[in-house]
Write a protein that binds this ligand. Structure first.
Ligand SMILES: NC(=O)c1ccc[n+]([C@@H]2O[C@H](COP(=O)([O-])OP(=O)(O)OC[C@H]3O[C@@H](n4cnc5c(N)ncnc54)[C@H](O)[C@@H]3O)[C@@H](O)[C@H]2O)c1
Length: 245
């Protein structure tokens, strides 16, 4: 399905990003995986290679433009092109607005939104020349509906939707599609710290009656990265069990 495509997946050391990288490699893509944790990335690359795939680990902080430049240079040097970018890296620093520290606002916006901007800009230069490419931004259902205690996170994820649509318009003439996926509540290390009461409340809001799995997001990302999605750009695909319609 993705034979000989080159994909960069940010935040691939664990959770949704790791699952996306593994599946893309299994579908034939050469995968460049990035995150801050060197060890976790190395073990992911080993797993991909053991299964007969190809992967390169480039530990980087995507909120740093120097790191992002290094990431894209390494991808092009190793594999010669970049066909797919998955802007997946993200963090939370939750608090009520009146208690939210400047540093918590900045950290979340810098990683979730500026990081995606830096990676999109780097990818745009390469994909425009290739006259083909796919960008997929992992936003969130709360970027669409808001969430008390997550003003910074929701602002970053709503911003990512605006970034998606603007970049989709800019790059459409170059045959580069740009779409967002908005996961609902997905079981990963990011969400496992929530207390049982919060989880119970969340479950009541999900019409399909279950939390999502990383694989639910992987399927949507894989579709948007594939040739089957060639005529889809600037869209926001909700994968949330019906939590937001
Ligand atoms: N889990 C959910 O319920 C859920 C819901 C909606 C959206 N999302 C989004 O999906 C994405 C993945 O979420 P997850 O649950 O797998 O999270 P996670 O916390 O398990 O993984 C996040 C990944 O991002 C990386 N990362 C964080 N800051 C980084 C930085 N500055 N530079 C490079 N890498 C960095 C981490 O190293 C890690 O690999 C995130 O963008 C998250 O906001 C998750």
């Amino acid at each position: 399905m993705l034979k000989d495509k080159v994909a960069i997946v940010t935040g691939a050391s664990r959770g949704i990003g790791r699952a996306i990288a593994l599946k893309m490699a299994a579908c034939g893509a050469k995968v460049v995986v990035s995150a801050r944790s060197t060890e976790a990335l190395e073990s992911l690359v080993n797993e991909i290679c053991q299964k007969g795939g190809e992967a390169l680990s480039v530990p980087s902080d995507i909120s740093s433009s120097a790191d992002v430049e290094r990431l894209f240079d390494a991808a092009v040097e190793a594999f010669g092109r970049v066909d797919i970018l998955v802007n997946n890296a993200g963090i939370t620093r939750d608090n009520l607005l009146v208690r939210m520290k400047d540093a918590d606002w900045d950290a979340v916006l810098d990683t979730n939104l500026k990081g995606a901007f830096l990676c999109s800009r780097a990818a745009a230069k390469i994909m425009s020349k290739q006259r083909v490419g796919r960008m997929i931004n992992i936003s969130s259902v709360v970027g669409e509906m808001g969430n008390a205690g997550q003003a910074n996170y929701c602002a970053s994820k709503a911003g990512l939707i605006g970034l998606t649509k603007s970049v989709a318009r800019e790059l459409s003439k170059r045959n580069v599609t740009v779409n967002a996926v908005t996961p609902g509540f997905i079981v990963t290390e990011m969400t496992e710290g929530l207390n049982d009461k919060v989880k119970e409340n969340l479950l009541e809001q999900i019409p399909l009656g279950r939390f999502g799995e990383a694989d639910d997001i992987v399927s949507a990302v894989l579709f948007l990265a594939s040739d089957q999605a060639a005529y889809i750009t600037g869209q926001v695909l909700g994968v949330n069990g019906g939590m937001y319609m």
